[in-house]
Design a protein around this ligand. Structure first.
Ligand SMILES: CC(C)(COP(=O)(O)OP(=O)(O)OC[C@H]1O[C@@H](n2cnc3c(N)ncnc32)[C@H](O)[C@@H]1OP(=O)(O)O)[C@@H](O)C(=O)NCCC(=O)NCCS
Length: 161
């Protein structure tokens, strides 16, 4: 049976489900700490995935500047993984960001091979600007973070200076 996947902007009624989707991964420090207030305050950065009509995935796109944004808080409900939801969420973010004129996207991740499949390349964390670490300093793993930095050029800045 084929499944229906729909990617859309998050709305306020999604906040509780987003919170519940993220919760186990926040607990394991796989994604950033977020309470419900934080999700409300950043709601305009979130895309969600509906899988056969039920909310099954979430991702957040945080813009740092014209040339850099981060894909963060990417989670797919474990019952719905490996059906293309994660790919569609990340690609949804990429289109959204490119449409806004952001040329490059990065992620800090433990699922490097997933991002490589989506066209990302690994880069050194030192190549990323200092301002991206302002959120990470609140993470329990900050002192010995073993996440890998990956990035993808969305379009050539020479063609859109
Ligand atoms: C990582 C995650 C978002 C992937 O979502 P998903 O819906 O299962 O992924 P998809 O089905 O869209 O997979 C797309 C491709 O990546 C591959 N893939 C999925 N997870 C992978 C992983 N952990 N490692 C390597 N490849 C992976 C799939 O096999 C698929 O390959 P294909 O196109 O050749 O078939 C999901 O496993 C998840 O929520 N993990 C826990 C939270 C997490 O680690 N989030 C990332 C924070 S940066």
């Amino acid at each position: 049976m084929s499944h229906q996947i729909c990617i859309r902007s998050a709305v306020v009624d999604d906040v509780e489900t987003i919170y519940q989707l993220l919760k186990p991964f926040v607990k394991n420090s796989i994604t950033l700490q977020r309470d419900r207030d934080n999700i409300f305050q950043h709601l305009q950065e979130f895309l969600v995935a509906e899988y056969d009509g039920a909310l099954a995935g979430v991702v957040c796109a945080h813009i740092y500047g014209k040339n850099l944004a981060e894909v963060r808080s990417l989670v797919v409900d474990p019952d719905c993984q490996n059906h293309g939801v994660g790919r569609l969420l990340v690609e949804g973010c990429e289109h959204w960001l490119a449409d806004m004129g952001v040329s490059k996207v990065f992620a800090l991740t433990y699922v490097t091979d997933f991002f490589i499949k989506l066209g990302y390349r690994t880069v050194s964390k030192e190549s990323l600007p200092h301002k991206i670490w302002t959120v990470c300093v609140h993470c329990s793993r900050f002192a010995d973070c073993d996440e890998v930095a990956v990035e993808k050029q969305l379009f050539d800045t020479l063609s859109n200076p």
